[in-house]
Design a protein around this ligand. Sequence first.
Ligand code: DQA
Length: 143
Amino acid sequence: MNILVLHGPNLNLLGTREPDIYGHETLDDINQALTRQATAAGATLDCLQSNHEGVLVDAIQQARLDGVDAIIINPAAYSHTSVAILDALKAFDGRVIEVHLSNIHQREAFRHHSWVSSRADGIVAGLGSQGYRLALASLLGTV
Ligand code: DQA
């Protein structure tokens, strides 16, 4: 199984960005744990973070060509704005799991709606970095 993990804008700052909300782990910590978890299950996993909407759209389009089976995506702020990322995911045939570190429904009203959710097969929110690992375990069938 080939899995792509996409992280949206400002998630490169994890560890120092509002740690009371997003935790103390860095993006590297998260990606390394996911890579170990995937490798142990005989899967391959690639991670990409971008602050640019078009880069994320391009990566989703490329995933179709690369035979990616599933995408785990934290679209970050683009969750609440990006029809372009939604449309790219709609053109992708594999499974999609949306992850948010924080519980977006407990926060400001503008975070309550995610465009990506209508395409997501599953959503994990509010469980911190553990949410990514649970999303991956679900895809790998190791839950
Ligand atoms: C986030 C929640 C978003 O509202 C926010 O813009 C982020 C991170 C989360 O993981 O909790 O950047 O997606």
